[in-house]
Every structure is written in structure tokens, then in C-alpha cells.
Design a protein around this ligand. Structure first.
Ligand code: X2X
Length: 359
């Protein structure tokens, strides 16, 4: 009986030690990980790009057994809509990660404009060769230097122009059209060169701009045109694939490098898987049956709108495709943009892109 208090004391101390040891052994419990990792992206959850971001968040949770929780902040909410600020904010660690368009990174990393050179890339095959080739490596190296860890290439897609005035078939048709463009300077340059009147607007203000008729048109891929129901505002669309908008999933480098190896691997795997899903959503119906089959066979996912062009037409949009002659006319008309922007992108990178595409 006299030993009982000693025994209790011992049990208490032993129990405490065990608790402390457990806390250190299980990083999540020790507070090694944040409760929530903030992810920025410029669109909402109903966009294909947004669906990819949600999938990434879900996969990371699953693959890290709930240790890493990513919260998507839609519509650049953490940036008050200032979509071009995402890379700085992730680099400083004010935001943990991004599922973001290369256009929105281009003011900080001019190399990203390689994808915005007008009429340079033109199709998915060329884009894939660049992303998987020397161009992709070079772009990822630029990001690492800025304090960002790139995890995978996702996509917004080839950008198409829509408006409520007339079909655009040749450069002259753009004359005087007031078009909303993203605030990246190469977009302003390109549309000015073509004689249009480009207006720089954050995406957060763009739809109101369409509604109020502040602009006659805009340019964006189908993954944006469909969720905003562009047919409510515009009855002409030209599928000219004039440039492409990849999305890159990237994380603050200091934070990512400090994660244990297994966590890093789980996050990378989740990024690659979500990007494959998201890319297939964005390409569905634009690359034959390839992406539709990927979605069905790998993700058990049936597209609600497997034929985006037909959907637009069924809603009353007149869809134009360029003839070879008119494509040439656009290439000639935008040649000065290439001359001005290749030095900014870097001649080396431009040559790498050409070599990748020629493979
Ligand atoms: O602002 C745009 O047009 C959008 C949604 O496509 C981007 O974020 C680049």
C-alpha cells in the first residue's frame, strides 16, 4: 500500500514521456505540418482547371494519409484578383502553392512568354514535345531559381477568340474590336499589332465586362468559354489556336524542400495524376477520342460535354476555323511581335522550343 503513490508517479511520468515521444515520431501531431496549405488559382471550381486543382488537393490528402491538407483559394481570392502576382506570393511563402497559368507567371518570368508567341506552337503535339523536352526543363529551372518547385504541367489550353460583332477569319476582321485581354504585355502588343483595341482586365472583372458590353470580345480556351457560357455574350468564335496557356503546379521551394522524402513523393505523384486528368478535361473533344478515352479508362470519368465546338454551335455561336491562307496572313501580320518578344523570352529558349517541336 505504501508503494502506491510512487507507482502512480512513475506511471504518470512514463505516460508523459510516451506522449512526447509519439509527438516527435508522428510529424503531423508534432505540428511539423501546417493545418492548411493555401493554394492559389485564378478560376473557380467549375472550370476544368479548377476541377484539376480540386483533384490535386484530394489526391494529396489521400496519398499523405491526411497529413497534408491543401485548401484551394478560387478566383485569385488571396491576391484580391491580381492574377499576375501569384509567383511572387508563392516565392515569398505568403501563399504556399499555386495551380496556375503560365500567362499569370510571365511578368515575373519572361521565359513563360514562349507559350504566348502568336502562331508559334499551334497544336497539342508541339506543346507536348516542348513540355517533355528541353523547353520544359529550361522553364522548370527558371522557376527553381525564383524559389519555386514546379511539380507538373497541367493546362488551360489553346486560346480562341470570341466576340459579338463579326466572324474573325483574317487579320482585318480584328480592326477596331475592343477585346478584353489579360494584363500581360505581350497580349496588348499582339492585339494592337493586329489593329484591335485591347483592354487589360483581371479575369475577376472580365465577365462583368462582357455582361455590360464594355468590351466586344475576349480570348480564352474552351475550359473557360464553356463554364462562363460565353454564348450569353458572344455569338462568334474563332478556333485559331494562336497560342497556348499551360498551367503549372508549383510550391514554395523552402517549404517543399523541408518536407520528408515520402511526403514530397506523394505530392509529386498527386500533381502528375491530377495534371493528367485536368489536361484530358481541357483537351476532350479537341484531340479526337484520345483525351475522352483517358478520362474513361484511367479516371472512370464521362465528359458532360465531349464535343465543345458542337456545344457552342448548338448555343448559337458561329464557330470559324482558319483556312491555311488566312493562318499565313495572321502569321505575317504578327511577325513583328515575334521579333520584339523572342529576345525577351531568350533566343536560346526559342531555339530549344523549335528543336523540340522538330523532333
Ligand atoms: O485571365 C484569363 O484569361 C485566364 C483565366 O485565362 C487566365 O488566368 C490566364
Amino acid at each position: 500500500m505504501r508503494n502506491k503513490p510512487h507507482f502512480l508517479k512513475f506511471a504518470l511520468v512514463f505516460g508523459l514521456c510516451l506522449c512526447v515521444l509519439t509527438l516527435f515520431a508522428v510529424p503531423g501531431l508534432a505540428g511539423k505540418f501546417k493545418k492548411e496549405y493555401k493554394m492559389t488559382l485564378n478560376v473557380g471550381p467549375q472550370f476544368y482547371w479548377g476541377m484539376g486543382a480540386q483533384k490535386f488537393s484530394d489526391l494529396v490528402k489521400e496519398k499523405t494519409n491526411g497529413q497534408i491538407n491543401i485548401k484551394p483559394y478560387w478566383g485569385s481570392a488571396l491576391l484580391k484578383g491580381a492574377q499576375l502576382k501569384s509567383p511572387q506570393m508563392v516565392a515569398t511563402g505568403a501563399i504556399d502553392l499555386a495551380y496556375e497559368s503560365t500567362i499569370n507567371s510571365s511578368p515575373v518570368m519572361p521565359e513563360m512568354n514562349i507559350f504566348s508567341l502568336p502562331f508559334f506552337i499551334n497544336n497539342f503535339e508541339n506543346l507536348d514535345k516542348m513540355e517533355n523536352g528541353e523547353t520544359g526543363k529550361a522553364i522548370f529551372a527558371v522557376m527553381e531559381k525564383k524559389g519555386l518547385v514546379p511539380l507538373a504541367w497541367a493546362e488551360n489550353g489553346f486560346r480562341q477568340v470570341s466576340n459579338n460583332k463579326r466572324p474573325i477569319e483574317k487579320p482585318e476582321d480584328l480592326k477596331g474590336l475592343k477585346l478584353r485581354v489579360v494584363g500581360s504585355p505581350i497580349f496588348i502588343d499582339t492585339f494592337r499589332q493586329l489593329g484591335a483595341d485591347p483592354v487589360n482586365m483581371n479575369w475577376g472583372d472580365a465577365v462583368t465586362g462582357f455582361q455590360q458590353g464594355v468590351v466586344d470580345g475576349q480570348e480564352n480556351p474552351v475550359g473557360v468559354l464553356l463554364p462562363v457560357q460565353i454564348w450569353q455574350y458572344h455569338n462568334y468564335a474563332t478556333f485559331w489556336n494562336y497560342l497556348v496557356d499551360p498551367v503549372i503546379i508549383y510550391w514554395n521551394k523552402k517549404q517543399f524542400d523541408a518536407f520528408p522524402k515520402d511526403i514530397q513523393e506523394a505530392i509529386r505523384a498527386a500533381a502528375v495524376e491530377s495534371a493528367r486528368f485536368e489536361k484530358a478535361l481541357c483537351r476532350a473533344g479537341l484531340d479526337g477520342t484520345k483525351s475522352i478515352d483517358i478520362l474513361k479508362n484511367e479516371f472512370n470519368y464521362e465528359m458532360e460535354h465531349p464535343e465543345p465546338v458542337k456545344l457552342l454551335e448548338s448555343k448559337g455561336v458561329e464557330v470559324t476555323f482558319l483556312t491555311e491562307e488566312n493562318r499565313q496572313a495572321f502569321m505575317t501580320a504578327t511577325q513583328p511581335i515575334l521579333e520584339k518578344w523572342i529576345p525577351k523570352v531568350g533566343k536560346d529558349l526559342y531555339e530549344k522550343a523549335k528543336a523540340d517541336m522538330a523532333k
